[in-house]
Write a protein that binds this ligand. Structure first.
Ligand code: AHR
Length: 322
């Protein structure tokens, strides 16, 4: 009781001084500029490049002195990058955790150093680290729903039996875990569909192509490919064409993201659908950080709404794609 009164008094003092304080999260003062860390996972696909650019473009308008790193596809390097940012004195951290568990110590160390952390696009294991306590909030899409929406589109648009190869994203990442769950649960409810095999292509085009080449030999009867992102879908299309198959005619290819190459593949009739996963986090990150600095309690999940791209609207959205 005493502790609650003390905390309440501290919160009122902090609010009157223009400093936010939600539960026991680190406070953030209202200022014109901040030293801000953005620790990127890798830069090997258009989605990541668009996300980085969105943070760079937002920096000037949001008063960010941006410290940026690229973990080059290594969770261990991303942890070291966050540690280095803490040592450099960042005041706010925006983090897309490459995988759900390995980045948790970095989140905890940022909090211990008094740095409010916002997870962007990817999340951590919620059983171990909690929004509103260990980090401020998760800003991002509903990955389970993305997978479910792809499955619902396949069920509505594919006639007859469906034999599916699933190309999973980075093992241990929240989009790979959730996009698998959303798709597998929904497609499993229709007895016409069987998942022949599901394997990681690490969200990368070339890895997706190589995995598809291997799985095509093991499962020549495949007639649907579900990729957890567009880059792997494009890699799968390359593997199918090299093997003399006709994506869009004898194999339906479906995925998630909404990249320019995927929209073009839909226009060319090689892909059926891509459910959007927006990489443009800069403006949302700025707005949420400012709300937090103003003393608002931020919701644990600031959800991003996603569109769906098919042959009905791919052409009209091509110019705005990345
Ligand atoms: O976390 C989002 C995913 O990460 C995107 O779908 C993918 O393209 C990226 O690498």
């Amino acid at each position: 009781m005493k502790r609650r009164i003390l905390l309440g008094a501290a919160a009122m003092l902090a609010m009157s001084a223009g400093v936010s304080m939600a539960q026991d999260l680190p406070p953030l003062a209202q200022k014109d500029s901040y030293k801000v860390g953005f620790a990127q996972t890798e830069s090997n696909n258009p989605w990541r490049i668009a996300q980085t650019k969105s943070f760079q473009d937002t920096a000037a308008t949001c008063g960010w002195d941006l410290v940026m790193t690229d973990a080059g596809g290594s969770a261990a390097k991303q942890v070291a990058d966050v540690d280095s940012m803490i040592a450099q004195g960042i005041e706010v951290l925006f983090l897309p955790p490459r995988e759900e568990s390995p980045l948790i110590p970095a989140v905890m160390r940022a909090k211990a150093a008094g740095i409010p952390t916002f997870l962007v696009d990817r999340s951590v294991d919620k059983a171990v680290a909690t929004a509103g306590k260990d980090y401020v909030s998760f800003l991002g899409s509903d990955f389970i729903d993305q997978g479910k929406r792809v499955a619902e589109w396949v069920i509505a648009n594919h006639e007859g039996e469906g034999k599916i190869i699933e190309l999973e994203g980075t093992t241990g990442s929240s989009p790979a875990n959730d996009r698998k769950k959303g798709f597998d649960d929904a497609i499993g409810a229709d007895s016409r569909f069987t998942i022949l095999e599901s394997r990681s292509g690490d969200f990368a085009r070339d890895e997706g192509r190589k995995v598809m080449e291997t799985l095509l030999q093991a499962h020549p009867d495949v007639n649907i490919v579900y990729a957890h992102n567009d880059e792997m879908a494009i890699g799968a299309i390359q593997a199918l064409e090299a093997a003399g198959r006709k994506p869009g005619e004898d194999v339906l290819v479906v995925s998630i993201d909404g990249t320019r190459d995927a929209l073009q593949a839909i226009i060319d009739g090689k892909m059926g659908v891509t459910v959007e996963s927006s990489p443009f986090f800069g403006p949302l990150a700025c707005e949420t950080m400012k709300r937090y600095a103003a003393g608002e309690t931020i919701e644990p999940w600031v959800q991003v709404e996603d569109r769906i791209f098919t042959k009905e609207n791919a052409a009209e959205n091509l110019a705005g794609a990345y």
